[in-house]
Design a protein around this ligand. Structure first.
Ligand SMILES: [Mn+2]
Length: 309
């Protein structure tokens, strides 16, 4: 029986056109993984055209290689590879459904059945770590600055600097390996970190949370720029002491984006119940009105939250 990485590589080798797809509101993991995968396929195969289709990058990642302008004719002849995205609903470019075949490399709970092959499950702290494992397992060529930088961005941002989402020994090993290959870690961390001014903005946004029954929550009615949303949720989580955290903020579309975090409680189930998704201790939902947010808060307040739930 062949290994999952051999299988995925066999699949890639059956196509000469490949389109990599990323998720809505792209973050460092989906962007970093897409670039790293493109580089890996480029360096380890012949005569393949590889493109990435996705939304604009957040400001702090603008220095990474850009997405491609992908035509529908190209997608129709492509193997589609969806990265760091659990479902079609969460995929930015819905033309993915026109591809010849779709496979998925992801670290969220299994979802959907559109894929002919899948690596997923809430086990890896970042999708980029799956690529690292694949490089090691298949002994792939990897000498590329773009690859090292983008893999680092993937792992570093999704774990908030090797802190969140339970990084393992392998996660640290991956960073060590990147540095051995010449990655300038400090330089890149500086590039992706928020400026002093941005830090001040998010600090103000998370002030005055309500805490009831081990549940900390806040609705912020000011419009928060997309790339500041996640650091705000993270700061919210770091600042207060509770079991479940909810930080809601208006976005440019005038909808409320809700970040759920927990120490142990399964907030992914709560997110799913209200049309969102994510990981066990870190999930998200987008709703139309403040009333929708309040309903979710009431729902959580009605739960029996204890440390082992
Ligand atoms: Mn991710």
């Amino acid at each position: 029986m062949s290994n999952k990485y051999e299988e995925i590589w066999n699949k890639i080798n059956q196509y000469n056109k490949i389109t990599i797809f990323t998720h809505l509101n792209p973050d460092g993991d989906t962007i970093g993984t897409s670039i790293a995968l493109k580089e890996l396929i480029r360096m380890n195969s012949n005569d393949k055209e590889i493109k990435i289709s996705g939304d604009k990058y957040p400001k702090n990642l603008n220095w990474l290689p850009k997405n491609d302008d992908v035509k529908i004719e190209f997608i129709k002849k492509s193997l589609a590879i969806l990265v760091d995205t659990s479902s079609i609903k969460r995929t930015f470019d819905k033309r993915i459904l026109k591809a010849k075949e779709i496979i998925k490399i992801d670290h969220h709970s299994p979802e959907g059945n559109q894929w002919s092959f899948v690596i997923d499950g809430d086990k890896y702290p970042a999708t980029g770590e799956i690529l690292y494992e694949m490089i090691k397992f298949l002994n792939l060529k990897h000498k590329s600055k773009d690859l090292y930088n983008s893999l680092f961005v993937s792992i570093w941002t999704d774990t908030s600097g090797l802190v969140e989402r339970n990084p393992t020994k392998q996660t640290f090993k991956a960073i060590e390996w990147l540095e051995k290959n010449g990655l300038k870690r400090k330089e890149i961390v500086k590039k992706i970190n928020l400026s002093k001014k941005e830090k001040k903005i998010i600090k103000n946004y998370i002030l005055n949370a309500k805490i009831k029954n081990n549940f900390a929550y806040k609705i912020n009615d000011k419009i928060l720029i997309n790339y500041l949303y996640r650091p705000s949720t993270e700061l919210f989580f770091k600042t207060y002491d509770a079991q479940i955290y909810l930080f809601a903020s208006l976005n440019k579309k005038n909808k409320y984006r809700i970040g759920l975090r927990s120490k142990k409680y399964n907030v992914s189930n709560i997110a799913k119940k209200f049309g969102g998704g994510g990981h066990i201790t870190s999930a998200g939902i987008e709703v139309n009105t403040k009333k929708d947010v309040k309903n979710i808060i009431l729902y959580i307040l009605g739960r029996n939250i204890n440390e082992n739930a």
